[in-house]
Design a protein around this ligand. Structure first.
Ligand SMILES: Nc1ncnc2c1ncn2[C@@H]1O[C@H](COP(=O)(O)OP(=O)(O)OP(=O)(O)O)[C@@H](O)[C@H]1O
Ligand SMILES: [Mg+2]
Length: 259
């Protein structure tokens, strides 16, 4: 993974470390009475592991989708790696997603008629990479599930399926790994395994933005917790130490519920 970090640095030439910048972003869905996002400004540094928390409907997925270039803001700017996503057309956005974004979903979204390895290789084939096969197997090995490479998703546990989905998200060396409730459909143990895995990727230099409802997992593994409420950021805490106190968990949640 060290080589991958180097690759990202080459792409990120100007020496800045800011990777994502949202400037006064609003999002009003068609037919929506109130905005899903109401003036969000946020800067994410390269290498950060940020957890986004907040109640249902507060705008977390909307925020992630805008950063992923899956949707466009109603107003305001989203820039990733210095590229203003608003300036890209549909083809440019698709290229941006392919080259820079890995996305992990709550319900894995694996194709049932493809094996684990074939699922992992979908984005690589889109990109026309050679030796993708070997890289896919190596990734599965790294994620601790080498033995499932040739099995179909229906024969995998939820935790295994999510790790396959993470491998698929990583196959093109994304600048940014985005995960929307990746542990939401998993039992406690599998959820912890997936979070440990994300923490390991973070230690290896991967920038990660994670949406989660689990304050305990978030504060244990992430280096920053951003709390969203009614489409606004109401708290933003960088967690300096590895030893996080329960009081910190309570505080983040307290912020949420007290407003
Ligand atoms: N495609 C859409 N069309 C219309 N309204 C939408 C759409 N997607 C989301 N919304 C609305 O925007 C608001 C924010 O939704 P969003 O999905 O971002 O919330 P969330 O924080 O991810 O919630 P959850 O924790 O339930 O996943 C909600 O009021 C939701 O109903
Ligand atoms: Mg959501």
């Amino acid at each position: 993974m060290g080589g991958r970090a180097g690759g990202r640095r080459a792409w990120w030439e100007n020496g800045m470390t800011e990777l994502v910048r949202l400037t006064d972003v609003t999002k009003v869905y068609q037919g929506g009475i109130t905005g899903a996002l109401n003036g969000v400004s946020l800067s994410i540094e390269q290498g950060e592991f940020t957890a986004v928390m907040g109640p249902s409907g507060s705008g977390k997925s909307t925020l992630l989708n805008l950063i992923a270039g899956l949707d466009r803001p109603t107003s305001g700017d989203v820039a990733v790696g210095g590229t203003d996503l608003g300036a890209l057309g549909e083809a440019g956005l698709a290229r941006f997603r392919r080259d820079h974004v890995g996305f992990v979903f709550q319900f894995f979204h694996l194709l049932p008629n493809l094996t684990a390895l074939e699922n992992v290789l979908i984005p690589a084939q889109l990109k026309g990479r050679e030796s993708a096969d070997a890289r896919g197997r190596k990734l599965l090995e790294r994620l601790g599930i080498a033995e499932v490479a040739d099995r179909y998703p229906a024969r995998l546990s939820g935790g295994q399926q999510q790790r396959v989905a993470i491998a698929r998200a990583l196959i093109n060396n994304p600048t940014l790994l985005l995960a929307d409730e990746p542990t939401g459909a998993l039992d406690t143990h599998s959820g912890e395994q997936v979070m440990d895995l994300l923490a390991q990727l973070h230690r290896d230099g991967q920038t990660i933005l994670l949406v989660t409802h689990d304050a305990k997992l978030a504060t244990r593994q992430a280096s920053r917790v951003v709390s969203v409420m009614d489409g606004k950021i109401v708290d933003d805490a960088r967690l300096e130490t590895k030893e996080r106190s329960t009081s910190e968990v309570v505080r983040v949640r307290g912020e949420e519920t007290s407003r």
